[in-house]
Design a protein around this ligand. Structure first.
Ligand code: DMJ
Length: 591
């Protein structure tokens, strides 16, 4: 059948009456205007002029504000599907309590489903940012947040609930089967205001994180600094009891390491389900840095739970080591839990297995409000020992570096682990808190050497270990890398020291150094689904990705970069918090 169309002339239907209406309307306005007196006319013209002026002014003013915001963004709540973006400028002058009230009002205006979602979010957003530490994000911080989101997205997609992401094979790696990356990331996500990610982590902890399911042996030190430390700092930031509950459960399960040992030195390994503690499979000894790097976390757990047993057992270790004879105030890197004595055949070093003994002397002293004198004395003596026995300078480039004393002979070895680069930050923190001024000079010199560990490689990424030629007549380069040490695990120590130095001195050079390292990470370690350690820092065209993203990349490296790039260098106040060895902030107490 043929279709028939009817054409309606809409133009004619509509136009005529509208036109007529407009004409008659404008005629009546004109008539009315002519009837007005001159004064009335002048008044109306002036009013119209003023109105136009205000409209024009407000358009210009708003456009300037928008431009300003583009330069220095003030959007803090990066995640869109949470409580609407927190405008830091707006909250600059209001107290923490006011901020809570604002969030309360927003919650009240939401529908039930939204409220259900937000109640988990509420605590997260409303507690961290307060009048004193509120800040605006810099462009560099935004870049770090993007990196954290990228790392987290890959982890969530391919390794959720497992310890580490393998970002190239798109699978996971388990060490303790404890979801290490989730818990190690909590406070970093919190500080970055990545609330949706934080909530996902929290829900996992609530529903899946139960030690009864784990039958594996774990390392006391690693689990303490990563899991206990991570849970406790998440608890302090969010005030959410879930984290403390899990921390206390873990603390109880770790206790047999101490209580079953015949000496105050704990066993290094434990089965979290059976609670059987033992020495490591490969040695009768525990690592000295490991047994002396538990105290911040166990003390904090005691203070939070009001149960002193955690603090007591951990502090007994420190007191015991204090009473042992230490060559030059320095500690051999192995100690036996059965005898309670150092293994005198072991090396003395500030890198692996020695490092955080020195760090926790200072930090325990700070955590307890500078009230325990022997910690300060042991620290000062140790730094003196380091300066006299381990610090040397290369002849040409004048690199100040820290070497090691070999096992048995105690002969000097010019080998410096990247791990040692935490020391400049610790030294600076000490000076800031009244330790001898000369420590600062050493801190600056060491930090510069650490910078060269990065800057002198074609990838701008540091190797795991660097060696130095320090003899006057030596012909080789001042600093060099051995083939077996060319890997970079995205470790945090250098960045950590940069942050502390920047916070204390305000010297922006440290920010610029950090930025260069971050750019190198973006260039050589970023892959489509996360970040990877690389095996070769010596060749930009052949970095040999190792397909592993360690949990400390989120807990420390990215967190310290984020803090380093803040325009408010006291964003995280070092007078209120002390960072544990895994970058988890814990509060400072009076005693
Ligand atoms: C982290 O797990 C901690 O910083 C630890 O104290 C030393 N090693 C790694 C990072 O390099």
């Amino acid at each position: 059948m043929k279709k028939q169309y009817v054409t309606l002339n809409l133009e004619n239907i509509n136009r005529v009456p509208v036109l007529q209406h407009n004409v008659s309307y404008s005629k009546s306005v004109w008539r009315y205007w002519r009837q007005l007196s001159r004064l009335q006319k002048n008044l109306i013209v002036t009013l119209i002029f003023i109105t136009f002026f205000f409209i024009f002014y407000s358009i210009i003013f708003n456009s300037q504000r928008t431009e300003k915001n583009v330069e220095e963004p003030i959007v803090f709540n990066v995640e869109q599907n949470q409580v609407s973006p927190v405008n830091i400028d707006k909250y600059n002058e209001i107290s923490e309590i006011d901020l809570n009230n604002i969030v309360e009002k927003k919650l009240a205006a939401m529908n039930k489903e939204q409220i259900k979602k937000k109640q988990r979010t509420k605590k997260i957003i409303s507690l961290y940012w307060s009048k004193n530490n509120v800040d605006t994000l810099t462009a560099r911080q935004k870049a770090v947040i993007n990196a954290a989101k990228h790392a987290w997205t890959g982890y969530k997609k391919y390794a959720w609930g497992h310890d580490h992401l393998r970002p190239i094979s798109l699978t996971y790696h388990d060490w303790f089967h404890l979801g290490l990356t989730i818990i190690d990331s909590l406070d970093t996500l919190y500080m970055m205001n990545l609330t949706s990610e934080f909530n996902d982590a929290k829900i996992w902890i609530e529903n899946k994180f139960s030690f009864d399911h784990y039958s594996d042996d774990v390392n006391l030190f690693e689990v303490t600094i990563r899991i206990l430390g991570g849970l406790l700092s998440a608890y302090h930031f969010s005030h959410d009891g879930l984290f403390l509950e899990k921390a206390a459960d873990l603390g109880e399960r770790l206790l047999p390491c101490f209580t079953k040992s015949p000496s105050p030195i704990p066993f290094s390994d434990i089965n979290l389900a059976s609670r059987i503690a033992h020495v490591p499979k490969w040695s009768p000894d525990s690592s000295t840095s490991e047994v002396t790097t538990l105290q911040l976390e166990f003390r904090d757990l005691s203070r939070c739970t009001k149960d002193s047993k955690f603090e007591e057992v951990a502090f007994n270790v420190t007191k015991h080591v204090h009473n042992l004879k230490k060559p030059y105030g320095l500690v051999p890197i192995f100690i036996n839990p059965n005898t309670g004595q150092f293994n005198s055949d072991s090396e003395i070093k500030i890198g692996a297995r020695g490092d955080s003994y020195y760090e926790y002397l200072l930090k325990q002293w700070l955590q307890t409000g500078k009230t325990i004198d022997f910690l300060k004395d042991d620290y000062i003596e140790a730094i003196k020992g380091i300066t006299e026995k381990l610090v040397k300078v290369t002849p040409n480039k004048h690199f100040v570096f820290i070497g090691e004393l070999k096992a048995r002979s105690h002969l000097f070895s010019p080998k410096m682990d990247h791990l040692t680069c935490y020391l400049p930050g610790t030294l600076a923190l000490g000076v800031y808190n009244g330790m001898p001024e000369e420590h600062m000079r050493l801190a600056e010199q060491l930090l510069e050497t650490c910078y060269h560990m990065y800057a002198d490689q074609p990838t701008f990424l540091a190797p795991e270990i660097s060696y130095f030629n320090y003899e006057e007549k030596s012909v080789g380069p001042d600093m060099y890398v051995q083939q077996r040490d060319t890997h970079n695990l995205l470790r945090p120590e250098f960045i950590e020291s940069l942050w502390v130095m920047y916070q204390i001195t305000g010297d922006v050079t440290y920010q610029d150094w950090g930025w260069r390292v971050f750019q190198a990470i973006e260039r050589y370690s970023k892959v489509a689904n996360g970040y990877t350690s690389i095996a070769n820092v010596l060749d930009p065209n052949n970095t040999k990705p190792k397909d592993l993203m360690e949990s400390f990349f989120m807990s420390e490296t990215l967190k310290y970069l984020f803090l380093l790039f803040s325009s408010n260098r006291h964003f995280l106040n070092l007078e209120k918090y002390v960072m544990n060895s895994e970058g988890h902030p814990l509060p400072i107490y009076n005693s």
